[in-house]
Design a protein around this ligand. Structure first.
Ligand SMILES: [Zn+2]
Length: 183
């Protein structure tokens, strides 16, 4: 049966303690690498813990052993806190696209709602304005014009609401393809 005394003997043994430390560090590194794509942060924590551990003299157990354990615990907490940062979902970063010659920008809510949809000039990035075309045209159409570079687009829709509704549906489709919840 493994007694506490035996564990302590192994723990204070200069060779075994390093083997155990290396094992713990290895496990931390492997689990960090397996669970998270970016191994930089966990690896840094493991290296820090290893340096602290290897610098400690395990022949003087009580104080330095405690410090070593505390340092390992702190490094583990730091690792957990940092790797628990949830990466921003792809669909939340999708806030700009070009449809039919117009660069659209919008904001996305946490429930995947799209708001503040605005048209921008693909040439100079100035926000475009809606212009009323002749009501005598055969097909309904809406104009968008850049006030800076005079770039213009004619959309085959009845009005601005119609155009924005069309763009909102296209954006929504792309977001759902990237894993966004259906609003
Ligand atoms: Zn422009």
């Amino acid at each position: 049966m493994i007694s506490w005394r035996r564990i302590k003997q192994v723990w204070v043994d200069p060779v075994w303690s390093k083997v155990i430390a290396a094992g713990i560090c290895g496990l931390l590194a492997i689990s960090g690498a397996a669970a998270f794509k970016s191994i930089r942060d966990p690896l840094l924590a493991v290296c820090t813990a290893s340096v602290i551990w290897l610098c400690a003299d395990t022949r003087v157990p009580n104080v330095l052993l405690l410090l070593g354990v505390l340092a390992m615990g702190a490094a583990a907490c730091w690792t957990v806190m940092h790797v628990r940062r949830i990466p921003i979902a792809k669909w939340r970063e999708y806030v700009e696209d070009v449809f039919d010659g117009i660069k659209w920008r919008w904001k996305v809510g946490s429930d995947a709602t799209i708001y503040r949809l605005r048209p921008f000039c693909p040439r100079c990035d100035c926000e475009m304005r809606y212009v009323h075309l002749s009501p005598y045209d055969a097909a309904p159409s809406l104009g968008l014009r850049c006030i800076q570079c005079e770039y213009g687009v004619v959309a085959k829709v009845a009005d601005a609401d119609d155009l924005e509704d069309r763009v909102r549906r296209l954006v929504d489709l792309q977001m759902r393809k990237s894993g966004a919840p259906t609003p």
